[in-house]
Design a protein around this ligand. Structure first.
Ligand SMILES: Nc1ncnc2c1ncn2[C@@H]1O[C@H](COP(=O)(O)OP(=O)(O)O)[C@@H](O)[C@H]1O
Ligand SMILES: [Mg+2]
Length: 212
C-alpha cells in the first residue's frame, strides 16, 4: 500500500499545498494528473521521501515515511523507491554504469556489474554503459534514468513528467518501458504528468485540483 492522509505542505515562501487523501494498492499503476502548479511534483516528492510534509501521514507498506529519521529515510528510499526526476539528475562526472553503481551504493546494496549491464540491456542502452550522460540522446538519457530508478528493484516507482519533452513515438516507448519495468518488479507505479497522451494509458488516475 502507498498513500497519504491529511497531508498539507507549506513551502518556505508560504505557498501551501493541501493534498487529497489517496491510496494505491501494491502493484497498481497510477497517473497523477492536474494542471501546472496543482501539486503533482510536490506529492511525488512527498511519496518519495524527498520532501517532508508539514502535516499528515505518508504510508508505504507498513511504514510511515513521515515518522522515519533522516538516515533511516535515506536508506529506505534507496532500497524501496525508484524516482525518475523531471530533469533526470544523472551525474555527468560519472559513466552511465557508475551512475547505476552509485544508486546501489547509496542504498547499501552490493555492486554487481552483471546486474547493472543486464538492466541497461533490458532498457536497450547497454551500448552506452561507458558513456557520460552529456553524450546521450534525450531518449537514451530517459532510459538510463529509468534504469537507475529500477536498479534496486524498488517497491515503488515514481516518475515526474517523463514524457513531456518527447515525440509521440518515444513517449509511447517510455510509457511501455515504465509499465513493463513496474510489472517486472511488481512495483506500484505513479506517473505525474500534464501530458494528455498519458491520460487513459494507465489503469488508475488521481486528478489534482488547480491551485487557488
Ligand atoms: N520550492 C518551492 N518553493 C515554493 N513554492 C513552490 C516550490 N515548489 C513548488 N512550489 C509551488 O507549489 C505549487 C505546486 O507546485 P508543483 O508541486 O511543482 O506542481 P506541479 O508539479 O503540478 O506543476 C505551485 O504553486 C508552486 O509554485
Ligand atoms: Mg511538476
Amino acid at each position: 500500500m502507498l498513500g497519504i492522509r491529511d497531508v498539507t505542505h507549506r513551502y518556505r515562501d508560504g505557498t501551501t499545498i493541501t493534498l487529497p487523501n489517496w491510496q494505491a494498492q501494491d502493484g497498481e499503476h497510477w497517473a497523477l494528473l492536474g494542471p501546472s502548479g496543482s501539486g503533482k511534483t510536490t506529492l511525488l516528492h512527498i511519496l518519495g521521501g524527498l520532501l517532508r510534509p508539514q502535516r499528515g501521514q505518508v504510508f508505504i507498506g507498513e511504514r510511515r515515511l513521515d515518522q522515519l529519521g533522516e538516515r533511516a529515510l535515506d536508506q529506505f528510499r534507496g532500497q524501496h523507491i525508484g524516482v525518475v526526476f523531471q530533469t533526470l539528475h544523472l551525474v555527468d562526472a560519472l559513466t552511465v554504469e557508475n551512475n547505476l553503481r552509485l544508486a546501489r551504493y547509496f542504498a547499501g546494496l552490493s555492486q554487481d556489474r552483471n546486474q547493472i549491464l543486464e538492466v541497461l540491456d533490458r532498457l536497450g542502452v547497454a551500448e552506452v554503459a561507458r558513456h557520460h550522460p552529456h553524450r546521450l540522446s534525450q531518449g537514451q538519457a530517459q532510459r538510463v534514468a529509468l534504469a537507475r530508478a529500477i536498479i534496486n528493484e524498488p517497491a515503488v516507482i515514481l516518475a515526474d513528467e517523463p514524457t513531456s519533452a518527447l515525440d509521440d513515438k518515444t513517449c509511447q516507448q517510455v510509457l511501455e518501458l515504465l509499465t513493463a519495468q513496474a510489472l517486472a518488479c511488481h512495483a506500484t507505479l505513479v506517473i505525474a504528468t500534464h501530458d494528455a497522451r498519458v491520460r487513459g494509458v494507465l489503469e488508475h488516475a488521481l486528478e489534482l485540483e488547480p491551485a487557488e
